[in-house]
Design a protein around this ligand. Structure first.
Ligand code: PLP
Length: 410
């Protein structure tokens, strides 16, 4: 038996193996970017087609009641709640992650009068930092965003900290913060905790309520497989909901949108954090992805994701010795569901891989990012991807001129 055959055996024994068939995956492609855009669940086109023809096409505007469109943001939110350790009515689906960060950060600052610092880490995803910069500028009053190195976050929380805002799994390195420990550290100092779960929801078990987290947001289009531009989710712990004053006081968050009152009065509970008309086509696609994820055992998902990452790095060191630095933590327990390599020619190497049907992505300045989506990434995919990588490095295939031209999206 060859080594590759042994890896095929791992796939045959994989408790999650049946899920791969539930996704539309093109032949000849090894998709290692589900951490950026999840693959298409096979059920989604049918569900979207039914929405188009049987709801929008046939029942027109009566669908808001007849097909329950009006409740979709909270219905899908209740389902996502089960993936992140939240209670029903603590999660809603709306807008983008960026917009939800703005809403929740503003709500959190209202709950922390007299404190002036939003604390984050330097490596946080840019939109998180940009949104915080915009919001503190808008609110004035001496508020400031402070960023420190990842390892220094806990030590930097003090009596001036209003909100600690962190991404659970770092988009570039895959490094995972200790969600429970940092939430506890924030609370010990009297600060609130806001998590961005974009790179962890659907990739591992998360228990927001066990940790006592205050707020969270996350993307619908990554491990939740909701489709390009899928709406995002927001979580507000039940104890804070009545005290939140939404900064985007749109009619969908009004207590009675169809009363058409002149004055804004927030809805009770999580619904006040909705703003405008929900994107129904996208919500239905997201619901399909979430339904599929709910069938999976997240502990098994995490175990496989760790194994894929460990095996990937072991093969890279065997087949491409000395060529790449590991840009993720060496300890698999400290990583999310991705593994990152650094190389000065990272962009060209990623393009050469894509030309051969292996799809990771590139993050400036020098990171090759390989994401593992345990519902559809196989062990044999890791083997084959590293074989291609080794060949591209040995033959310098990456050095062809077409691989050096930067596209808009990397
Ligand atoms: C951690 C994190 N937050 C937010 C976003 C993007 O949010 P939005 O949906 O607003 O584009 C990303 C996108 O990759 C991300 O990785």
């Amino acid at each position: 038996m060859t080594d590759r055959a042994a890896w095929q055996r791992l796939d045959a024994d994989d408790p999650l193996r049946a899920f791969r068939e539930r996704f539309e995956l093109p032949d000849g492609v090894i998709y290692l970017d589900g951490n950026s855009l999840g693959a298409l669940p096979r059920a989604t086109p049918g569900r979207v087609a039914a929405l188009l023809h049987e709801a929008w096409g046939r029942d027109l505007i009566t669908s808001w009641n007849k097909h329950g469109w009006i409740d979709l943001p909270t219905r899908v939110g209740d389902k996502i709640a089960r993936l992140i350790g939240a209670a029903p009515s603590e999660v809603a689906v709306a807008d983008s992650t960026s917009v939800n960060l703005f809403k929740l950060l503003s709500g959190a600052l209202d709950l922390a009068p007299g404190r002036r610092v939003v604390l984050s880490d330097r490596g946080n995803f840019p939109t998180d930092l940009y949104i915080a910069q915009g919001l503190v500028g808008l609110r004035g009053g001496g508020l400031a965003l402070e960023v420190v190195d990842e390892a220094r976050v806990a030590a930097a929380i003090d009596a001036t900290t209003a909100v600690v805002m962190l991404t659970h799994v770092n988009y570039r390195s895959g490094r995972m913060h200790d969600l429970a420990a940092l939430t506890a550290a924030a609370h010990r100092a009297g600060a609130l905790m806001l998590w961005d779960l974009s790179h962890s929801a659907g990739a591992m078990p998360i228990d927001l309520n066990a940790a006592g987290a205050d707020f969270a947001v996350g993307c619908g289009y990554k491990y939740l497989n909701g489709g390009p531009g899928a709406p995002a989710f927001l979580f507000i712990a039940a104890r804070h909901q009545a005290g939140i004053r939404p900064p985007l006081s749109g009619w969908m968050g009004h207590v009675a949108p169809f009363a058409f009152d002149h004055d804004y009065r927030p809805a009770a509970g999580i619904a006040r954090n909705l703003c405008g008309t929900p994107a129904i086509l996208s919500l239905v696609a997201l619901e399909s992805g979430v339904d599929l994820m709910l069938e999976a055992d997240l502990a098994a998902v995490r175990a496989k994701s760790r194994a894929l990452g460990e095996r990937f790095w072991a093969r890279v060191t065997e087949r491409c010795p000395g060529r790449f630095a590991l840009a993720s933590p060496a300890d698999p327990a400290a990583r999310g569901s991705q593994l990152c390599l650094s190389h000065p020619e990272g962009y060209a190497i990623v393009q050469a891989l894509i030309a051969r049907g292996v799809i990771p992505d590139f993050r400036a300045p020098d990171i090759l990012r390989f994401g593992f989506a345990p519902l559809y990434t196989r062990y044999v995919d890791i083997w084959d991807a590293v074989e291609q990588l080794a060949d591209i490095m040995a033959t310098r295939a990456w050095d062809a001129p077409q691989f050096h031209t930067r596209a808009k999206v990397t």
